[in-house]
Design a protein around this ligand. Structure first.
Ligand SMILES: [Fe+2]
Length: 361
């Protein structure tokens, strides 16, 4: 058994303001990596700027991160920085800005390195990363991973042990006005992280315990948010996201994440939904092989109840017709991914094709 997760994470309303001393780094200038809107709309950006001002720091804001950041976007961020030196990188937003901040951090610290290098070497130096999530699902606030879309439009993550955020300021108030479709897609992403961590062949009882608590928190709070939003419920979802991130920082993700990547890059389905569409089909196949998981009964009572719970949230409305060519291409790619080896049940390429057919309209 190995446990390693050096992230100082604070889950609390007004986390940035209440823990100003932690938003600090040696050197003068921070690069803030964010998207066009959410950091400003939620107030997260201004909370961070107030604290940097108080510490006498300077900053540069790169606010062009879009969903599913690609290599071009990372290069743009580095070009934007130009010859200036960033002593810290602060990612504010959903998973995309936080993942982008990790990639920029490694490439900024290793100016002669290529994307190929960062995928190969998980120990390259990195500029300290701080994370301020404005959604609740990515888990990136707790992990050493960054998922990017490469030049061939394929999503793939790299690992770097120096990009575990130094501090993650998780303030659930930033998520209060998140629209339902984003709340749902991010929450089921968190649920999938924990479910997949639990399923992973290397998961031990310690990780399974955390994963189960994380899924329970997502389940209990998500269904209630649909009726009445509150800071308390949002805190529950942020807890679900953080703990799920903690889980995958040890196990990584397994088959459903790998299956979902193609639906996001080729069909534009949000990452969490694209992944979750495969969770129950994969579980059913494993149950058919008599590979069962206690969390299903402990949280939902049965696999059927679990399916009904997510049906009520209208997850299946997000399915699309997947073309035969894509089923072929994705199945080939997924069957060769490391995710399959970490998933119990010996899934073959044929099994994977069948999973795509099952999810396709
Ligand atoms: Fe994910």
């Amino acid at each position: 058994m190995q446990i390693f997760n050096p992230v100082k994470a604070i889950l609390e309303k007004d986390a940035v303001k209440n823990h100003k001393s932690l938003m600090n780094f040696s050197g003068k200038c921070a690069l803030i990596v964010t998207g066009r809107n959410s950091a400003k709309k939620t107030g997260a950006l201004y909370d961070v700027l107030d604290v940097l001002k108080e510490h006498g720091k300077e900053w540069i804001i790169f606010d062009e991160v879009t969903e599913n950041p690609g290599f071009d976007l990372i290069t743009k961020g580095l070009d934007f920085l130009g010859s200036k030196k960033a002593d810290a990188v602060i990612g504010i937003g959903g998973g995309s800005p936080i993942d982008a901040s990790k990639a920029i951090s490694v490439l900024h610290a290793n100016r002669n390195s290529s994307f190929e290098d960062i995928y190969k070497n998980p120990n390259l130096e990195a500029v300290p990363v701080f994370a301020v999530p404005t959604t609740s699902g990515t888990g990136s606030e707790m992990t050493q991973y960054s998922v990017l879309t490469n030049k061939d439009n394929v999503k793939s993550g790299f690992t770097n042990f120096n990009t575990f955020p130094k501090v993650s300021f998780v303030d659930p108030k930033y998520t209060l006005d998140m629209p339902w479709n984003i709340t749902l897609s991010t929450a089921v992403d968190a649920f999938s992280h924990s479910a997949e961590g639990y399923m992973c062949i290397s998961a031990d009882s310690y990780i399974k315990n955390i994963a189960e608590n994380s899924m329970k928190a997502v389940k209990e709070n998500l269904e209630n948010i649909k009726n009445k939003d509150s800071l308390e419920l949002r805190t529950g979802l942020s807890f679900g996201s953080m703990t799920a991130g903690y889980v995958i920082s040890h196990t990584g993700t397994v088959l459903p994440h790998s299956l979902g990547y193609g639906l996001t890059s080729e069909y534009g389905i949000k990452h969490g939904l694209a992944t979750f569409l495969f969770i129950i089909p994969v579980l059913k196949r494993l149950y058919d092989k008599n590979i069962k998981f206690d969390f299903v009964n402990n949280i939902f009572g049965s696999l059927k109840n679990m399916e009904n719970y997510f049906d009520k949230l209208e997850i299946n409305d997000y399915r699309v017709k997947i073309s035969d060519e894509h089923i072929d291409l994705f199945s080939e790619r997924v069957s060769k991914s490391g995710h399959v080896l970490k998933t119990p049940g010996n899934f073959t390429k044929k099994d994977i094709e069948e999973l795509y057919l099952e999810v396709s309209l």
